[in-house]
Design a protein around this ligand. Sequence first.
Ligand code: SF4
Ligand code: SF4
Length: 380
Amino acid sequence: MNYRRLGETGLMVSEIGFGAEWMPGDDQEMVSELVGFAMEKGVNIVDCWMADPAVRKVLGNAVCAHRDKWIVQGHFGATWQNGQYTRTRDMDAVIPAWEELLSCFGGHIELGLIHFVDSLAEFDGIMAGPFIEYVRAEKGAGRIDHIGISTHNPEVALRAAETPDIEMIMFSINPAFDMLPASEELDDLFKEEYQPGLESMDPQRKRLYALCEENGVGITVMKPFAGGRLFSAEKSPFGVAMTPVQAVHYCLTRPAVASVLAGFRDVGECAGCLAYEGAGDEEKDYASILAGAPQHAYFGNCIYCGHCQPCTAGIDIATVNKYYDLAQMQDEVPASVRDHYLALEVRAGDCTGCAACEPNCPFGVPIAERMAEAAALFGA
Ligand code: SF4
Ligand code: SF4
């Protein structure tokens, strides 16, 4: 395993990290096996943005078995309210959720991230109010070592990279997203078609990576595989399937990037990503893929990230969308997918069509419409 310096934090992180969002839920045995396998292979950084206390707990247990071997990214503002992930700036909710997260990882977290800020106005509000004061106090008390932020918007990331408090950024990087223009308007960011002439990296993103490199602001990467779509010729905007090795290499060849936090569901997927470490130049080469003309962006496609929560009806939107997509890939709805879907306590049929979730989706998914389609497909 190669290790890279995470900017001026000075931390040496494994270039392949663990984005734990995709781990097998709250199954302690499976999570411990996965965490142990990754650790044996040299992975030393893990992200825990997940808000569900049960999920945090099993990940914390697995990591705390060898706590000194891990660098943990924890998030301020990812909370669990009424059984759902809720992103909030309300300190009455932020503080208990953070304290509970800290307790899962032994009372100390190396990288404390301000969670999911995609608007410049929101960023400025955070940096001028009680949120950043609390984060600074946690650093002052030694409960975190460094302050970071997670964002999908290069303009927010650019501003963060010039803000003295912010020492590192968790940013969504993959070859498809990198071609899209920066904007605070999410609908502008994720258009259905690439703009004519937009055939290489967006200049704002290029500037971001250069600025981070210059300012010593390390980057950890989320969504390196665009939710798995880059692995499918039909779904990739390049019309050609990439391999995990090529996708990881793309991310690791951006300036300032220290670690790609890949999502592993099991040991096999972990091993697939770690194959990068032994891959030759030919296997890593992604140039021919990027040379293919982009056909479409991800506008309207769910990547199951869960950022649209909470739902006013209590629906787990990402899970419903996942089962819906799985069901649609077959001529008939597979019995296993139907069973899993019907086992959900709240289903698409419970959607009121309020659309409260839709502004939270960075990918412009017409969620209410999708819920109606899923309800019709599954009959519930
Ligand atoms: S539109 Fe449906 S899925 Fe979205 S918040 Fe409203 S009830 Fe929930
Ligand atoms: S609907 Fe949008 S925000 Fe929600 S899980 Fe899908 S991609 Fe993520």
